[in-house]
Design a protein around this ligand. Structure first.
Ligand SMILES: NC(=O)c1ccc[n+]([C@@H]2O[C@H](COP(=O)([O-])OP(=O)(O)OC[C@H]3O[C@@H](n4cnc5c(N)ncnc54)[C@H](O)[C@@H]3O)[C@@H](O)[C@H]2O)c1
Length: 441
């Protein structure tokens, strides 16, 4: 069988998740034919790294996406640029006859989603949204219990996600700290969580009301707490006393970060280590939402990004019982370094099932290895192997399921500015007659 030809656009930290398994594990089925990035340093870094680590000839690199498409004619394009640019490359790839694998979030607002949906319609090509959380063991087990009817029909979900002062803080050092680039954490980060909720309850969101604010990061908040000293440098490379700053990050110290970001400043101008207590941050760090689904299910959701520990808690109430799921996460910083285990499997999750009028029972969760709680390798196998293992739980997500998640964040962004509930159908008509997530592609 002919190998699938993959090209990648956006060769920063995350691209390792895609290009390495193509070369390392799935070479019999897949071939990497091009790497595109506006930063020469970053595209060359990955080109040379792949050759060094896996002994392959240098993959051709490009600054110009269209030139890569013309020369390489890939079957599929992997889109891994900052979130606000996803739609641009998805549409361009589809129009040139390729399928697309897009990192989450599929895109950052309803208008951009419409452009993607129109391009899919126009071309008949396929877009996959890579929701790796669906592929982790604990989250999968919750889905299994709900699908088996163990708690009856789900009526209510409470979902609390907390990011710590290491990983959470990291969003405020990078491009993510600007709403115009990331859509804010309700798009960039919560798209994972909204997707998990959508997938667990097999639901499509209808209405969103949200509140959010910047209460911890940013200069004003630090000054108010008496942390003026932490605000006095523009970036951590200019920090005169790193030992006195618990938010310090030295991008020169880590080999991957130095190569990808510090060395690339000359051709990209991008600073990867801006002070989290500077002026000009435009995203929230504390957010609360109420979400109503088309089938009537109600959800409360919160995210805070300045917690001492990291993880999430979810309680799911059905008309025959309740599930309580807790997943603590390890302290980490996303480096793109494969050796860094992003979600440590050493931290024990807990899953409790309690049916009405019965004692609670602990449900065992399989321990998986690999990045993001084992989700990354399972997703890679699904994407790159031919034929992929059967997807019995409906974990694969196309562009409509990608939209069902991002539109909650997009609606929340509007609600936070108008102080009014937002009907998702006023943003995009997402198959108006559908009730269940699995009716969407
Ligand atoms: N699923 C997950 O768990 C997960 C984890 C991390 C990141 N991500 C997603 O992966 C994507 C990339 O994130 P990252 O952490 O690698 O960011 P990054 O900043 O490390 O990399 C982005 C790359 O895109 C390049 N780029 C920017 N504009 C470009 C353009 N016009 N043309 C070509 N290249 C361009 C940059 O030069 C950079 O190399 C984002 O969408 C992010 O949300 C997902």
């Amino acid at each position: 069988m002919k190998k699938t030809r993959y090209a990648a656009v956006g060769t920063g930290g995350r691209i390792v998740m895609f290009i390495d398994p193509i070369v390392k594990t799935y070479g019999a089925d897949a071939e990497l034919v091009g790497l595109c990035d506006t930063s020469e340093t970053r595209r060359t870094y990955h080109q040379q790294r792949l050759s060094r680590e896996y002994g392959i000839p240098p993959v051709k690199t490009y600054a110009d996406f269209d030139q890569m498409m013309d020369e390489q004619r890939p079957d599929c394009v992997i889109v891994c640029v900052p979130d606000y640019l996803h739609h641009e490359f998805i549409v361009r790839a589809l129009d040139r006859g390729a399928d697309v694998i897009s990192e989450k979030p599929l895109t950052t607002d309803a208008d951009k989603y419409r452009q993607i949906a129109e391009a899919v319609q126009r071309t008949g090509r396929h877009v996959r949204t890579t929701f790796n959380m669906r592929w982790t063991a604990g989250i999968g087990k919750v889905r299994e219990l709900i699908a088996a009817g163990e708690i009856g029909e789900v009526k209510h979900v409470d979902f609390e996600y907390f990011l710590n002062t290491s990983h959470g803080a990291d969003y405020f050092r990078r491009w993510h700290s600007q709403k115009k680039f990331s859509g804010g954490l309700l798009i960039h980060k919560s798209t994972h969580h909204f997707d998990v909720i959508n997938w667990w309850i097999n639901g499509i969101p209808r209405q969103v009301f949200a509140m959010g604010d910047l209460v911890f990061y940013g200069k004003k908040n630090a000054e108010k707490r008496g942390d003026h000293k932490l605000t006095t440098y523009r970036r951590y490379q200019e920090n005169p006393d790193p030992a006195a700053d618990p938010f310090h990050l030295d991008i020169a110290e880590n080999e991957t970060m130095r190569a990808l970001y510090l060395d690339a400043e000359k051709d990209s101008g991008y600073l990867r280590d801006e002070n989290v207590f500077r002026e000009g941050i435009t995203i929230e760090d504390s957010m609360s939402l109420l979400i109503k689904y088309r089938d009537g299910t109600m959800v409360t959701y919160s995210l805070n990004a300045y917690s001492p520990s990291e993880g999430f808690r979810a309680s799911i109430s059905g008309d025959r019982g309740r599930i309580e799921y807790y997943e603590p996460h390890a302290t980490h910083i996303i480096t793109g370094d494969e050796k860094v285990e992003l979600l440590s499997t050493k931290h024990q999750s807990s899953l409790i099932l309690q049916k009405h009028f019965q004692e609670p029972q602990n449900v065992e969760i399989e321990v998986l290895t690999g990045g993001h709680g084992g989700g990354d390798p399972r997703l890679q196998e699904q994407i790159f192997s031919h034929p992929p293992p059967a997807d019995t739980m409906g974990r694969n997500a196309g562009h409509e399921q990608g939209a069902a998640s991002l539109l909650i964040g997009a609606a929340a962004n509007i609600s936070m500015t108008t102080n009014q509930p937002v009907q998702i159908s006023d943003l995009v008509e997402l198959r108006p007659d559908a009730i269940h997530l699995n009716e969407l592609t």
